[in-house]
Ligand binder design. Sequence first.
Ligand SMILES: Nc1nc2c(ncn2[C@@H]2O[C@H](COP(=O)(O)OP(=O)(O)OP(=O)(O)O)[C@@H](O)[C@H]2O)c(=O)[nH]1
Ligand SMILES: [Mg+2]
Length: 177
Amino acid sequence: MGGTCSGASLKNLPKKILIVGNSGAGKTHLLYSWLLGRNDLETVPTDSFNVERIVSGTCVYMMWDLCGCKDFRLKRRQFFHGTDGVVYVIDPTSDSVDAIDDLILVSSDRDLHHLPCLVLISRRNDAKTDWLVQVKDALRSHSGATHVMDVDIEDQKSINDALRQLDRMFDPTNGHQ
Ligand SMILES: Nc1nc2c(ncn2[C@@H]2O[C@H](COP(=O)(O)OP(=O)(O)OP(=O)(O)O)[C@@H](O)[C@H]2O)c(=O)[nH]1
Ligand SMILES: [Mg+2]
């Protein structure tokens, strides 16, 4: 006999979040800073993915941090199904054409285009150009909620602010009392 699943229990399921962006953008650093509440971390390039359960305010997430290598881009589609939200991390010191093209690819994907999408621009101080206009333009075909902000992985407050912004995109009443 099949089981039943009430609306309430579905609502309490962790939200599946994909953390994507180019290699070295800071995805794994962010994930473990959110998990551990500290940013004095050493990371190694991610082979395939990391996944962690993160609780923040009223939100519970399963966060999937995907390898940013170009070779992994075809493989990463297998993670898209069932996603509830996307965190796209941009390294503004990287190849801008490639990073923007990839943001367009991800944000217009048939499984992701309608979901909340938080774009985090890391290493802003080292960037030569202002990315905000390019990023907003790249998100034109995205029909879900979007938010673009800087994140400084050397500053835990900035890391926490990014997570709270994600919380607000899922639950606007999430005040972290
Ligand atoms: N100063 C500074 N260092 C950063 C920033 N973002 C990433 N880094 C550093 O860059 C290195 C790579 O960061 P990771 O978090 O491993 O990068 P990733 O996006 O997970 O890369 P892949 O796993 O290869 O896809 C780490 O040593 C980070 O500390 C940033 O905004 N500022
Ligand atoms: Mg990584």
